[in-house]
Write a protein that binds this ligand. Structure first.
Ligand code: IVH
Length: 677
């Protein structure tokens, strides 16, 4: 063979070998070589490809690095559509609902359940033989996103059902939510960081379930209340015939059922429940915006049926947003890490929705103008789904005669620098990037955060202490701190100093995407940083890109692209990057450390389902392999199924059904052959 042919063959062989090892590592979870050996193979391929770029294979593992990093969640079709509820705001409408039920049930007796309507995010959990198979969001009601790993971090969701009677299949639906206490803590933290707050617990819960890192989800302490159970029609072990009975089973299986569910035998009892919880709901540590009323008997629910959108056997009674009038005493200003000034209304304390309200967000200068807010005004404060109240209106009839139009501050409340107005003319900001205390402290706090450089030994207090001692004026200064510097500070001993210095040193190994996020460029959050890092591979490439090139990336808009281009020309970021590079931080993707993923479209257009124990896969692993190769995962055997993958001790009913429907059954090995490179 000619030398060139030999080299081409070597490149092909190496690529195939690396694919194989990747597959064993990521899909089968069964590597047969060490990481070091793997790295050597990859390096060899990279070197050869550099010398002979004409032989680079289009699907070479080096080309695939990070290709799937947008990491969208796989989707799944709900076997039974997840409907939403018709909303009712008045008792009159409740009476009318009851009249329709009476008619529909032709004079037969019926009962209702009353459940608090928890303000969170609906989720569907599917258990097979007692094991949590997957968890999916509601999505559009028909197709949801599979977020199993994130949901598994919620401690009140059993991973395995408890008790003696475990159905072969059960779907449990319910609400993922966050407690008020935790939600408020998180928002306070965000205000301090100059970040936008979460408008309501629902946004927070849904944002959390879409995070890429389950460890971060775990930290968010989400919770869950179930409200729906569905068994298969051929379930032999048990029957459940009412909503209320469903709750007793949910309890037996280990779920935390909301203790305020009530069975009502008359419309009168329903009305009492609605009235009772109108104010009592504020004593709870989770947000409820109403009550869900359902017909108790499943048989009667079936008789009443559904419209295309809503069930005819249930409705949500929504409480109106709570409002209160109080006086605007003053407006104060907070300076965030990007220099943006956020006005905050200081109110005469007033009782609203169970808490004393003293402050309200005003968002920006425009909002003050829009409301024509004046100090001394009587204002209407509202608390809807949002936990932080907002001013909705000024009561002009009570305006003091001497009230003056509010003049937004012209100078920074912290460093007295003249403020500038943003291009969009919405925000004022302090341009004193280098010397404004809260900006610098905010940026360093952001830099050391757990999901950025993760320097856990340094918290807010220490950042302020370092700033006040003159040790830091930007994040790069952290890397110049010496033991002597620390030992001079209050409350610092040798041990603590060592701890801090070790943390700083260790952060140098954080990958590029984290460093990029840690820089604190406006709009470059965690996910955006990952996308940019993997697309451009280095800070130099990113900082020489144009707005067009950046906004070409999937889900990266012009606003983000513009912010990145601005940062690339901003002396602050240029100096910061240079100093951090000098300190030894990672400013490019280390090809050998990236998370590669085997993907193909070999299963495109096919729907597969696995039953029984597999040799090479866990239940989740095989589903992931199906999806990663372009296939769809089914939840049951239906006509639409292309293949049933049969492992050891398969589900009898599945095999029976597959035989009846003439579905092709394949072994695990046959499946492996299908997806093999
Ligand atoms: S029953 C067809 N029960 O409210 C039955 N929903 O507006 C549909 N929700 O998507 C849901 N608490 O996210 C039901 N006890 C409860 C609920 C509840 C909160 C949410 C759920 C649903 C939305 C409907």
């Amino acid at each position: 063979m000619a030398t060139n042919d030999l080299i081409q063959k070597k490149i092909q062989d190496l690529a195939a070998l690396i694919h194989e090892h990747n597959y064993r590592y990521y899909v089968l979870n069964d590597p047969i070589i060490s990481d070091q050996e793997f790295d050597l193979l990859l390096k060899e391929l990279i070197t050869l490809e550099k010398q002979y770029p004409e032989f680079i294979l289009p699907d070479s593992p080096t080309q695939r690095v990070g290709s799937d990093i947008t990491k969208k969640f796989p989707t799944i079709e709900h076997e039974v559509q997840m409907l939403s509820l018709d909303n009712t705001y008045s008792i009159q409408e409740v009476v009318e609902f009851d009249e329709r039920v009476q008619k529909g049930l032709e004079g037969n007796k019926y009962e209702y359940t009353c459940e608090l309507k928890i303000d969170g995010l609906a989720i569907s959990l599917v258990y097979e033989n007692g094991n949590l198979l997957y968890a999916a969001t509601r999505g559009d009601g028909k197709i949801g996103e599979v977020v199993t790993n994130n949901v598994k971090t919620i401690k009140t969701i059993p991973l395995r059902l408890q008790g003696d009677v475990i159905p072969s299949f059960v779907e449990v639906r319910g609400e993922v939510y966050i407690s008020k206490t935790n939600f408020e803590k998180i928002n306070e933290e965000r205000i301090k960081q100059g970040e936008e707050i979460y408008a309501n617990p629902r946004n927070f819960a849904s944002g959390s379930l879409k995070l890429q890192d389950p460890r971060e989800v775990a930290r968010r302490k989400l919770d869950f209340f179930p409200y729906f159970v569905r068994l298969k029609e051929d379930e032999k072990k048990l029957t459940i015939s009412t909503q209320y009975e469903g709750f007793t089973w949910l309890k037996k299986w280990g779920f935390k059922v909301n203790p305020h569910v009530q069975l009502c035998t008359s419309l009168n009892e329903v009305q009492t429940y609605l009235q009772e919880w109108e104010t009592k709901r504020f004593t709870l540590d989770y947000e409820t915006d109403g009550v869900v009323v359902k017909i108790n008997s499943y048989a009667q629910q079936n008789i009443l049926g559904n419209t295309s959108k809503f069930p005819r056997w249930a409705f949500a009674y929504k409480y109106a947003a709570q409002k209160a009038e109080t006086v605007l005493e003053s407006i104060s200003f907070q300076v965030g890490r990007t220099g943006v000034i956020t006005p905050v209304a200081n109110l005469k304390p007033v009782l609203l929705a169970g808490t004393t309200v003293k402050r309200a967000t005003l968002h920006n200068a425009q909002e003050i103008k829009r409301l024509d807010l004046r100090i001394g005004d009587s204002v209407l404060v509202e608390k809807g789904g949002e936990i932080i109240p907002k001013i909705v209106q000024v009561n002009l009839s009570k305006r003091p005669t001497n009230a003056q139009p509010f003049e937004f501050i012209s100078h920074c409340p912290e460093c007295n620098t003249a403020l500038q107005i943003s291009q969009t003319r919405i925000h004022y900001y302090c341009p004193n990037t280098y010397h404004c205390r809260p900006q610098i402290i905010g940026r360093v706090i952001h830099f050391v955060r757990r999901n950025a450089m993760d320097i856990q030994a340094i918290g807010e207090e220490k950042v302020a202490q370092f700033y006040d001692a003159g040790l830091i004026r930007n994040p790069a200064d952290l890397y110049k701190i010496t033991e002597d510097d620390l030992l001079k500070l209050d409350r610092f001993g040798k041990k603590l100093a060592e701890n801090v210095l070790n943390g700083i040193q260790k952060s140098k190994t954080q990958p590029f995407e984290r460093v990029l996020f840690a820089l604190g460029i406006r709009y470059v959050g965690e996910t955006v940083a990952v996308k940019l890092a993997y697309h451009f591979k280095s800070i130099d490439a990113l900082f020489s890109a144009t707005i067009e090139q950046i906004s070409q990336i999937h889900e990266i808009g012009e606003k983000i692209a513009q912010a990145v281009v601005e940062a690339s020309k901003d002396p602050y970021y240029i100096q910061l990057v240079a100093a951090l590079k000098q300190a030894g931080l990672q400013f490019s993707i280390d090809e050998n450390k990236t998370t590669q993923k085997i993907t193909s479209n070999k299963l495109e257009g096919l729907t597969l389902l696995a039953t029984g124990k597999m040799k090479h896969f866990t239940r989740e692993g095989i589903e992931k392999a199906i999806r990663d190769n372009g296939g769809k995962v089914a939840t049951s055997v239906t006509k639409k199924l292309s293949y049933l993958i049969v492992g050891d001790e398969p589900g009898e009913s599945k095999i029976k059904k597959a035989n009846e429907l003439n579905i092709k059954m394949i072994s695990e090995q046959e499946f492996l052959d299908m997806i093999k490179d």
